[in-house]
Write a protein that binds this ligand. Structure first.
Ligand SMILES: Nc1c(C(=O)O)ncn1[C@@H]1O[C@H](COP(=O)(O)O)[C@@H](O)[C@H]1O
Length: 163
């Protein structure tokens, strides 16, 4: 059975940020699930989700949350599956609250923290893909080809004016 990436977010309102992962997973044929799970609003469901993740064949968890973004850290406290946190841009503090809530984990409970917003969500998907690629040579080759293509595109447009 192929391993899954599980994408969770604290609220439906985070979907506009987190949905960018789907295009990346489709491009690389990575199987994923997507769910709303909240440490604050559905704490018992979050505990069940985190404790059963390993048996559910999940290899990497991406957790997006905004404001008092405790979700990634709480999940990481209950599983050894790598957790990638995405700070969702909040209205009141522009996502700085989300970023600091996710990044400042106490030693012993690791969460890989991405940038705020959609760029962070995209990188979370690519980081999850790289983790899966440790045991999937074909995926590794395709990720590498994609990075080369990105570099070629940037180089093609790199000269703004030459003499
Ligand atoms: N940070 C968390 C958690 C959590 O960490 O468990 N659960 C919901 N939320 C966040 O609350 C924000 C506002 O949510 P609403 O838009 O539903 O009011 C969202 O960005 C969500 O991630």
């Amino acid at each position: 059975m192929r391993k899954l990436v599980s994408v969770v977010m604290g609220s439906q309102s985070d979907l506009a940020t987190m949905e960018v992962v789907e295009a990346i997973f489709q491009e690389f044929a990575i199987e994923y699930e997507m769910k709303i799970v909240s440490a604050h609003r559905t704490p018992e469901y979050m505990i069940e989700y985190a404790k059963t993740a390993k048996n559910n064949n999940i290899a990497v968890i991406i957790a997006g949350a905004g404001g008092a973004a405790h979700l990634p850290g709480m999940i990481a406290s209950m599983t050894t599956i790598p957790v990638i946190g995405v700070p969702v841009q909040s209205r009141a503090l522009n996502g700085l609250d989300s970023l600091l809530s996710i990044v400042q984990m106490p030693a012993g409970v690791p969460v890989a923290t991405m940038a705020i917003g959609q760029a962070g969500a995209k990188n979370a998907a690519l980081l999850a893909a790289r983790i899966l690629a440790l045991e999937d040579e074909e995926l590794n080759r395709r990720l590498s080809a994609k990075a080369d293509a990105t570099a070629r595109d940037v180089l093609e447009d790199s000269v703004i004016k030459s003499v």
